[in-house]
Write a protein that binds this ligand. Structure first.
Ligand code: HGY
Ligand code: MN
Ligand code: MN
Ligand code: MN
Length: 408
C-alpha cells in the first residue's frame, strides 16, 4: 500500500507553476516553446533534480525523470504536458506531471523499492496551439513523426520549432525513444461537464475521439468597401464567414457527438473599409467514430469549394493534424476502474473529448487515463478549476495503480 500522497505540496506546486506565464486577472499562458514554457520547464526540472531523479531531455524537448527500480528495463511512465493554450489554467497537463512527481515522492517517503523504474514524462507541445500537430512531442517519441520534420515545423508566429527549442535551452541530446514504457498512466482534468453534472468522482477513460484540424486559406481581392458593388466583389472575409457558419451547420446536421469549431480566423488587411484580400481560418472537427469524422471532412471540403466558387475567391486547404479515434488498453482501463472502486470512489467509463499524450503512448504500450472533474466543465479558459478533494482522489488512484504496475 502506498503511503499517503501529499496533496498540499501538489496544490502548492500547481500554484507555483501557474505563476509562470501568469495572466493579469488569472489564468496562464505558456504557449509551447515560448520563454514562458521554458521557464515552466526549468521549474519542473528543478523539482525533479531536487528529488534526485535521473533527468534526461530528448532532441524534441521531451523531459523524462526516472526513479530507478530494482531491475533495469521499461518504466511505468506517468506523464502529460506543461505547455498551455493562451487562455490556460492551472491544471490542464500540469496536474498529470506534478501528480507523477508526488507519486515518486510518496515512494521515497515510504522507502519503497519498486521492481520497475517509474518515470515522469513532460511531452513537448501537447496543445498544438502554437505548433501543429498537437501531441507533437509524444508523437515523435513513439516514432509517429520524423524528428527532422518536426524540428522544421513553423509556429503560427513563423518561428522554426528547432530554433525555439534551442532558444529555451531544451534541445536535448538523450536518445529519442530511449526511455521506454511498460505501461503509461495519465491523470488529467476532464475538461468537460460530465463528471460534475453526474456527481461522479473519477472518470475511467476508455479512449480518445478522432481529431481533424484543417487550415483553410481564401484568396480574394481587396477593394473599397463603399465603392464595390456586391456582384463585383471577391470578398475573402464574406467567404470565410460563410464557411465558419457552415462548420456549425455540418456539426449540427450530423448531430450526436459531432463537434466543429472555427477557433482562429484572420483577415488581411483586417480594416473596416477594405474588402478582405485574404482569410486564413482553422477548422477543428472531432467525433468518436472514424467514418463519421470522414463524412464531416467530406462535407467541409464540399462547403469550401461551393462557397469559394460563389464568392469568386481562391481556396486552399492544409491538414494541420489528423488522428483517428484511439481505444486504450482494455485490461489497463479495467485496472483503473477496479482501483477507483477499491478506493471507494464513484466512477464511470467515458471517452475523452480532448487529445492527450496518452493516445500516442498507446501506440507503444498499454496506456490509460484517469479523469477528475472540471468545475463548470471549463478548460482552455482562465477559470479552469478542480477542487482539492478531487485532486486528492485522482492522485490516490494514480499512485495506487502506479505502485501495483511497478511492483513493490
Ligand atoms: O486540442 C486538444 O484536444 C488538446 O488540448 N491538444
Ligand atoms: Mn491537456
Ligand atoms: Mn489542452
Ligand atoms: Mn490535450
Amino acid at each position: 500500500m502506498i503511503p499517503p500522497v501529499d496533496i498540499a505540496r501538489l496544490s502548492a506546486r500547481l500554484a507555483a507553476l501557474g505563476r509562470v506565464g501568469a495572466l493579469d486577472g488569472g489564468g496562464v499562458s505558456r504557449l509551447a516553446l515560448t520563454a514562458a514554457d521554458g521557464a515552466g520547464r526549468a521549474l519542473v526540472v528543478e523539482w525533479m533534480r531536487a528529488a534526485e531523479l535521473e533527468v534526461v531531455v530528448d532532441p524534441i524537448g521531451n523531459i523524462f525523470a526516472t526513479r530507478p527500480g530494482i531491475e533495469p528495463g521499461p518504466s511505468v511512465m506517468i506523464g502529460s504536458h506543461i505547455d498551455t493554450v493562451a487562455t490556460g489554467g492551472l491544471y490542464d497537463g500540469n496536474l498529470g506531471v506534478l501528480a507523477g512527481l508526488e507519486v515518486l515522492a510518496a515512494l521515497d517517503d515510504g522507502a519503497i523499492a519498486t521492481r520497475r523504474p517509474v518515470t515522469v514524462a513532460v511531452f513537448t507541445n501537447e496543445e498544438g496551439a502554437r505548433f501543429q500537430p498537437d501531441m507533437l512531442g509524444s508523437l515523435v517519441h513513439v516514432g509517429g513523426l520524423d524528428l527532422a520534420a518536426a524540428l522544421e515545423v513553423r509556429s503560427i508566429d513563423g518561428t522554426r520549432l528547432g530554433d525555439d527549442l534551442e532558444r529555451i535551452g531544451f534541445a536535448g541530446t538523450a536518445p529519442l525513444g530511449g526511455v521506454t514504457a511498460a505501461a503509461y498512466l495519465e491523470l488529467h482534468i476532464e475538461q468537460g461537464p460530465v463528471l460534475e453534472a453526474e456527481g461522479v468522482e473519477i472518470g475511467v477513460v476508455e479512449g480518445v475521439q478522432g481529431i481533424s484540424w484543417t487550415e483553410v486559406t481564401l484568396g480574394g481581392r481587396s477593394s473599397h468597401a463603399g465603392c464595390t458593388p456586391m456582384r463585383l466583389r471577391h470578398d475573402a472575409g464574406l467567404a470565410a464567414a460563410r464557411i465558419a457558419a457552415g462548420v456549425g451547420e455540418i456539426a449540427r446536421a450530423i448531430g450526436g457527438d459531432m463537434v466543429g469549431t472555427v477557433g482562429s480566423l484572420r483577415l488581411k488587411p483586417d480594416l473596416v473599409n477594405v474588402i478582405a484580400q485574404t482569410a486564413v481560418m482553422t477548422v477543428d472537427l472531432r467525433h468518436p467514430d472514424e467514418a463519421t469524422l470522414v463524412e464531416a471532412e467530406g462535407r467541409l471540403a464540399g462547403l469550401v469549394a461551393r462557397v469559394a466558387a460563389e464568392e469568386r475567391v481562391d481556396a486552399a486547404t492544409r491538414s494541420l493534424a489528423r488522428f483517428a479515434p484511439v481505444a486504450f488498453d482494455p485490461a489497463l482501463v479495467a485496472r483503473v476502474e477496479a482501483t477507483a472502486a477499491r478506493l471507494g470512489h464513484s466512477h464511470r467509463r467515458m471517452p475523452s473529448g480532448a487529445g492527450h499524450d496518452a493516445q500516442m503512448l498507446a501506440r507503444v504500450c498499454p496506456a490509460a487515463m484517469i479523469f477528475v472533474p472540471s468545475v463548470d466543465g471549463l478548460s482552455h479558459n482562465v477559470r479552469e478549476h478542480t477542487d482539492p478533494a478531487d485532486l486528492a482522489r485522482g492522485l490516490g488512484v494514480l499512485a495506487t495503480l502506479a505502485l501495483e504496475l511497478a511492483g513493490p
